[in-house]
Design a protein. Structure first.
Length: 377
């Protein structure tokens, strides 16, 4: 990636030489060029929010920016890209969206996220550190920036305008109000689950911003909850890609002797799962991990894996995440252990499971979804 501060070799995380997707895009380079050409002072407190793979933090590392991200993978990519550039990790403080942001922010850089709710939550959390002289610049591809995006900046921080588009990317400029209004943050959000979804019927779900389907139960998860596997005894159950934790919570309610492991690469998701579990379950052992799937789990350490894999990485449609989840699940499962997967019919997950496990059984289906079971031999 060529920038006014030099050229950088960047990669996504985990690094895969077969992956053709870059670790930066035109929105990143447009913003960096603007900062240099406009002479934006970077000697104060610089905060970078939503940096996809560490491209912005790496390019600006000489100014010691603080990075705030919801993604474990983005955080690890930043670490790797800083090391690749010969930059000490301590030069870029790495915070998560669950951490307290800096008290004072002189330059706020926002990579617009896919989730409007996550943007709303983060702007509310950052507002106390923004002052009248703060330079606020957002960036994203044209298809990621909508009127609702601009309205959020304006409602929470101050008057907002956009740049002309370049290479399908656009910048957002926001002038903070003299006294930032302290509007109430609506996140986290909670709702009651409907009847007919097994052990969690009528239970409360807590969702932090940015979690998939944060304001309702998505139809895929509903279908899986209606066709959950039976679990008995002191089993170890992993809710892989746990989101708000409703699936793992259902498993815990169905089998109080089980130990349930909630795993997601999103800090917001794991926080949601922890609170959903605490609101509904007593006595059952549980563990909550932010990480790269089951990578850190020992071989043969899990009895059952429940999985609703994503098939998008930001704006890209890909099965890479699902493939890695299935591969990790097979390694982490004990012999005879089972992986249960919910997915859209057209994704063809049964073919991947047969390739990895040597078997795949259709447990339930409707016009849109399938629930599949694969057994480790």
């Amino acid at each position: 990636m060529a920038t006014p501060w030099g050229e950088y070799a960047l990669a996504r995380f985990p690094e895969d030489t077969r992956d053709q997707l870059r670790a930066w895009d035109a929105a990143d380079t447009y913003l960096l060029r603007h900062l240099a050409e406009s002479g934006t002072p970077l000697s104060g407190s610089v905060v970078v929010v939503g940096d996809r793979w560490g491209a912005l933090a790496t390019a600006l590392s000489g100014h010691r920016p603080t990075q705030i991200t919801d993604s474990f993978l983005a955080r690890e990519a930043t670490r790797a890209n800083l090391a690749r550039a010969g930059v000490e990790e301590s030069a870029v403080p790495l915070l998560t969206t669950q951490d307290t942001p800096p008290d004072r922010i002189d330059v706020l850089i926002v990579r617009v996220p896919k989730s409007l709710g996550l943007l709303e939550d983060q702007l509310h959390r950052l507002a106390p550190g923004v002052h009248e002289g703060t330079v606020v610049v957002g960036t994203g591809m044209v298809k990621e920036i909508h009127t609702s995006t601009l309205h959020l900046f304006e409602r929470i921080l101050g008057p907002t305008r956009t740049s002309l588009a370049e290479k399908k990317a656009r910048l957002i400029f926001c002038t903070p109000y003299p006294a930032i209004a302290r509007n109430s943050n609506p996140w986290p959000y909670s709702y009651e689950l409907p009847e007919g979804v097994g052990t969690v019927s009528g239970r409360t779900v807590i969702n932090h911003a940015g979690v998939f389907c944060a304001d309702r139960l998505d139809v895929g998860t509903r279908f899986l909850l209606q066709h959950m596997p039976r679990s008995r005894g002191p089993e170890r159950i992993a809710d892989l890609g746990c989101g708000n934790g409703v699936v793992g919570t259902a498993a815990a309610l169905a089998n109080p002797e089980a130990e349930v492991l909630f795993v997601d690469e999103s800090y917001q998701a794991v926080a949601s799962a922890r609170e959903t579990f605490a609101a509904n379950v007593e006595g059952t052992k549980a563990e909550f991990r932010v990480g790269d799937g089951l990578t850190d789990f020992a071989d043969g350490s899990v009895d059952l894996v429940l999985n609703n894999p994503p098939f998008h990485s930001h704006q890209a449609t890909t099965d890479a995440t699902a493939w890695r989840m299935f591969t990790d699940a097979r390694r982490a499962l004990r012999p005879g252990g089972e992986l249960w997967v919910i997915g859209n019919r057209h994704l063809g997950y049964h073919l991947k499971l047969r390739r990895l496990f040597g078997n795949s059984e259709l447990m339930a289906s409707d016009a849109k979804f399938v629930v599949l079971r694969a057994v480790k031999k």
